[in-house]
Design a protein around this ligand. Structure first.
Ligand code: HEM
Length: 455
């Protein structure tokens, strides 16, 4: 059977073990495995997870474009993402086909550049209120602080809730859900959710806690008259273009949970990696600081400053190149399709890794180095489109891309205007840990130092 699967004209790739294929190698270190496979076998390779699951690793911009854009109808989201349905139901991240398109039409307007600029002041204020608690020369687990800032921003912009309330009510159960979710995604056999295993019970408890909170928020809002400009307000007003229907409570719950889940850990990791990279690159850090001070002078950062901070944007882009919070995108073949001269069959899996592609020296000079200025002079326009794709692409491109870019730039500007950062002494090796998103393993301990002009 295994031989028959392999004899079809298939791309080259690691053979792995008889039963498990390459699953153990992947689980032992997804990033080195993907990196090595792409390097050894080129733009398209194939391996197995378990005895029957064929997986293709696609590592060529034009082929990625075919999968995400031109031939996207032949694919659905991967099994990993489908696991998330237990938490986020049929939200934007997990729904498929017509349902996805209908939801996307309703939600997209809330994330247009023109609309999200109304959240900019909340992003700035939330970051300020966090760093106002920082003390000069203090050692901080900066990854925790960035998670708190991102959580604070999402709860404020979504529900107009302040951080203490949001973190307690939503942050804790969401954290539990993420941890159990990753365990499920990584196991070869996923026991059905109705089985009363320890993890299933924990997952159910956390999801029902989240449900309770989110339904309460929706219910409270339905009783409050007036217009609300937060995301919940916008989603409650959204109407489908075709039938004029608004969202049911269940749809609202699924979308709020989705945006909450997709929108805080990604940006928190982006900010953490950026501070780490700046701590290692003093020249870039100085250039960033000079730009921020040049633009804001003695004043606080304002929403209008966003457009005047190009270098700060390059820093964010470069950080997402080296440490893309979404480090791999998965798809499952839904209808047989030809990609790069190979026939992909229904049920087979496809992986496209931003982490691997963004470090490809065909597209990026000195790919391991942090060089924000590489993004100057419209560098991105000169790249093949899918050589750099931190937010994915096609109809499923990240709906929060402008939101998180604005959040990243403004939060970074607020922090770096007042503080510089360096790694704490005796900090161990910094390693990326690929869970649902790419985070620094063991967190980051940093010393924050108040800038002389602010002391
Ligand atoms: C640095 C921050 C972020 C990164 C790197 C990121 C990355 C991504 C990527 C790669 C996808 C596509 C996944 C796929 O095609 O399978 C995606 C989808 C999505 N993201 Fe983000 N994201 C970020 C921030 C956000 C934020 C702040 C929000 C919401 C406030 C958000 C909401 C979503 C949603 C709802 C989807 C599903 C879109 C759809 O399928 O139509 N993301 N994100």
């Amino acid at each position: 059977m295994l031989n028959r699967v392999r004899k079809r004209n298939q791309p080259p790739g690691p053979k792995g073990k008889v039963i498990k294929g390459s699953l153990n190698d992947f689980q032992a270190g997804p990033l080195p495995f993907l990196f090595k496979t792409a390097k050894e076998y080129g733009p398209i390779s194939c391996f197995r997870f378990g005895p029957f699951q064929n997986v293709y690793l696609v590592n060529e911009p034009d082929l990625i474009k075919e999968i995400l854009v031109t031939k996207q109808k032949s694919f659905v989201k991967s099994r990993d993402i489908q696991t998330l349905k237990a938490v986020v139901g049929e939200g934007l991240l997990t729904s498929e086909k017509d349902m996805h398109m209908q939801q996307r039409r309703m939600i997209q307007p809330s994330f247009k550049k023109s609309h999200i600029s109304s959240y900019a002041q909340d992003m700035i204020d939330t970051t300020h209120s966090f760093i106002s608690k920082w003390k000069n020369e203090e050692e901080k687990v900066i990854t925790d602080d960035m998670m708190d800032i991102a959580l604070g921003i999402i709860t404020k912009t979504m529900f107009s809730m302040d951080f203490e309330e949001g973190a307690k009510k939503l942050g804790e159960p969401m954290d539990a859900v993420m941890k159990i979710g990753v365990k499920r995604m990584r196991s070869l056999i996923q026991l059905p959710l109705w089985l009363p295993t320890k993890n299933n019970r924990k997952l159910k408890k956390a999801v029902s806690k989240l449900d309770q909170e989110i339904y309460q928020i929706i219910e409270r809002r339905r009783q409050e008259p007036g217009v609300h400009s937060d995301l919940l307000g916008v989603l409650m007003e959204a109407k489908d273009e075709d039938d004029g229907e608004g969202m049911s409570d269940l749809q609202l719950r699924d979308e709020l949970m989705t945006i909450f889940l997709a929108g805080h850990e990604t940006t928190a990791n982006l900010l953490s990696w950026t501070l780490y990279l700046l701590s290692q690159n003093p020249k870039a850090e100085k250039k960033l600081y000079d730009e921020i001070v040049g633009v804001t002078g003695d004043n606080q950062v304002t929403p209008e400053n966003f457009a005047d901070l190009p270098y700060t944007q390059f820093v964010i882009w470069e950080s997402m190149r080296l440490y893309p919070p979404a480090y791999v995108i998965g798809r499952q073949v839904d209808k047989k399709v030809n990609i790069g001269g190979y026939h992909f069959k229904k049920g087979e899996m496809v992986l496209m890794s931003q982490y691997v592609m963004h470090r490809n020296s065909d597209y990026f000079d000195n790919p391991e180095e942090f060089i924000p200025d590489r993004f100057a002079d419209n560098f991105m326009k000169k790249l093949p489109t899918y050589a750099y794709f931190p937010f994915g692409g096609g109809p499923r491109v990240c709906v929060g891309n402008h939101f998180s870019l604005m959040e990243g730039v403004l939060a970074l500007a607020v922090m770096m205007k007042e503080y510089s950062v360096k790694m704490a002494p005796n900090h161990g090796e910094i390693k990326p840990q690929p869970l649902v998103t790419l985070r620094p393993k063991y967190g980051l301990r940093m010393i924050i130092k108040r800038r002389a002009s602010n002391s």
